[in-house]
Write a new protein. Sequence first.
Length: 298
Amino acid sequence: MIVKENFEIKNLTTYKIGGNVKTAYFPETQSEFSELLREHPDAIVLGSCSNILFSSNGYDGEVILTTELKQFELRGTHVFAAAGVKGPLLSQKTAEAGLSGFEFMIGFPGSIGGDVCMNAGAHGQNISDNLVRACLFDKEAGEVVYKIKDEMGFSYRNSLLKAGRYVLLHAEFELKKGTPEEIKALIERNLEFRKTVQPSLAHPNAGSVFKNPENDSAGRLLDKAGVKSFDLPRAKVWENHANFIVNKGDATSEDILTLMVMMYNAVKKQYTIELKPEIIFLGDKTEKEEELWNILSH
Ligand SMILES: Cc1cc2nc3c(=O)[nH]c(=O)nc-3n(C[C@H](O)[C@H](O)[C@H](O)COP(=O)(O)OP(=O)(O)OC[C@H]3O[C@@H](n4cnc5c(N)ncnc54)[C@H](O)[C@@H]3O)c2cc1C
């Protein structure tokens, strides 16, 4: 297993932001992963780092990255995937096999572990729709457990995993049979749509910054509140969609949090709605970052 001390996490994150982590582990097998979790239950588990903001101040602790856990198998209409399998790859492989249900995963770089944790979704589909059973590591009990979909506490961008006790080792899904041509056509439509509504990763970002409030769209509210003009020296709101922040090159986590608070305040002032971050902020926060994050996570 690869173990890196004093590891700069920045380049693994889609924001291209983050300081040094004391120790980073990259397990390659399920048993290495479970053993690590048993020995280091406080380690932060990360997948593709596409929904997180990691502090530029770093982290004096341990991180387990699932990027080497890439095993997956298609058996009939069932899909078995390890935590680190990338959503877009699974979207393509299941399409080729004539299986429908993962077309939405084509356009964002999440791993299966991160996708299940966040209950990722797009284009009217969510990862929870097709989950049959999840194999989890229970950090409190120090053992492997299985949970079916109804026990996973899924809601909008939320699951049982978010509370931190359970870590996804691998998952089983059941998809629907379809024709590869139709599935691929839907994937193409999803990709085409995304070109207009989300920045490519050439403009480092971590997807939607804020969650949609009930029966409304965070992007719509932010747009109406005029945030598209918010432009700091190292980070800015994306000009084509108000719920994305782009790192202009050498932004720090404090730059992103500063913009987030400006966006949050703009919507609060105009609509008295307090948006909630979709992005998860991790690492050793500076005093200033703590202050900014407290405003956002009221
Ligand atoms: C350009 C772009 C577009 C995006 N579009 C969408 C979209 O349309 N819809 C959407 O839902 N999201 C979108 N996202 C956000 C992001 O890709 C998803 O939230 C994705 O599910 C995160 O997966 P990840 O592997 O990157 O998780 P990470 O960012 O690595 O982690 C996110 C959370 O999951 C936890 N986690 C990771 N692995 C595990 C595991 N094995 N067990 C338990 N917890 C785990 C982490 O601890 C953390 O709390 C987008 C992001 C980008 C950059």
